[in-house]
Design a protein around this ligand. Structure first.
Ligand code: ZN
Length: 310
């Protein structure tokens, strides 16, 4: 807050502090980007869940269509989802008709409870239900330990399962949904908005923050090709800037995943034990990504277990 106020004061030159917008208002106004007409996205910081950020670490937002609102990502906790719901209410009184649950990770689904009272359709990959059965309660407990039980939220299941693909009509635009094969997770759902031409790959695209592998490394390469074939120029990634040029951003991700694949394969072939591989594989990518040391070792473990059976 202080640095941004200082910057703002510098920009505004002679204005005294009392002339500036209230900090709360300024922060709120800055925190949602209108990345295309009627498409609002909040950038999540490159951080882990803390009491201060309420697990609001993913890029979340909404699309205002002619007939109602679609929530592109619900948020990382009940508190984060409630914040998003207030942001929607500030901009439209149209009904919230759809809430996307893009995959099982807590920073993408625990805001959903904030929308229950709106009675929307909760949309998820056909495999999301099983993934929530396996992990939902564990994630909820962990989140409650970090944030406190009243802020964590609860597990919300999809009421619309997408098996291969589906379309949602908001009146002036169609959202084309694709249920992906195992990649970032086993239940990744992407969305293409015909209104804005934007692709919403969720966590199939990380920008700046190191990707986390929780599905299939080789599968992820396949799904990258499917996403490319959709032909979108720009995308809203799951983490990173709120709107990016798709091709170069995806090329960066593919470069990291290629290093992870190729160097893990080499380690497996040379009989390097997994405990050593986690410290040596893909180290050339270290300075290119936020949170690299937090996730790369886990990614190597996952890749090693997948590739040793090739
Ligand atoms: Zn994720």
């Amino acid at each position: 807050m202080i640095p941004s106020l200082t910057r703002r004061a510098a920009l505004l030159g002679g204005l005294c502090l009392c002339c500036l917008p209230r900090p709360g208002f300024a922060a709120d106004a800055l925190s949602m980007d209108e990345v295309a007409p009627g498409v609002f996205i909040r950038r999540g910081p490159d951080a882990e869940a803390t009491p201060e950020n309420a697990d609001g670490i993913a890029n979340i937002g909404f699309i205002i269509g002619r007939d109602g609102v679609l929530v592109t990502e619900s948020g990382g906790s009940l508190a984060d989802g409630q914040w998003l719901r207030r942001e929607i209410a500030r901009r439209t009184d149209k009904p919230i008709r759809y809430v996307m649950l893009t995959h099982v990770h807590p920073d993408h689904v625990f805001g959903a409870a904030a929308f229950r009272g709106d009675n929307p359709t909760f949309v998820g990959h056909a495999a999301l239900r099983g993934a929530l059965d396996a992990r939902g309660e564990f994630y909820r407990q962990r989140l409650a330990e970090i944030l406190g039980g009243d802020k964590a939220g609860e597990v919300v299941y999809p009421t619309m399962d997408v098996k291969d693909g589906a379309e949602i009509d908001l009146g002036d635009r169609i959202l084309r949904l694709t249920a992906h094969g195992s990649a970032h997770t086993t239940c990744d759902l992407s969305m293409f908005d015909t209104g804005s031409g934007l692709l919403f790959p969720a966590d199939l695209l990380f920008v700046g923050r190191v990707p986390s592998l929780d599905g299939s490394l080789l599968g992820w390469f396949k799904e990258i090709e499917r996403l490319k074939a959709m032909g979108a120029a720009d995308a809203v990634p799951g983490h990173g800037p709120t709107r990016v040029a798709f091709a170069p951003a995806m090329a960066d991700l593919a470069r990291y995943l290629s290093a992870l694949r190729d160097e893990t394969r080499k380690a497996v072939a040379a009989g390097v034990p997994i405990e050593t591989a986690v410290r040596t594989v893909a180290q050339g990518e270290k300075d290119r990504w936020a949170l690299f040391d937090t996730y790369n070792g886990r990614n190597v473990t996952q890749a090693y277990q997948e590739l040793e059976w090739e």
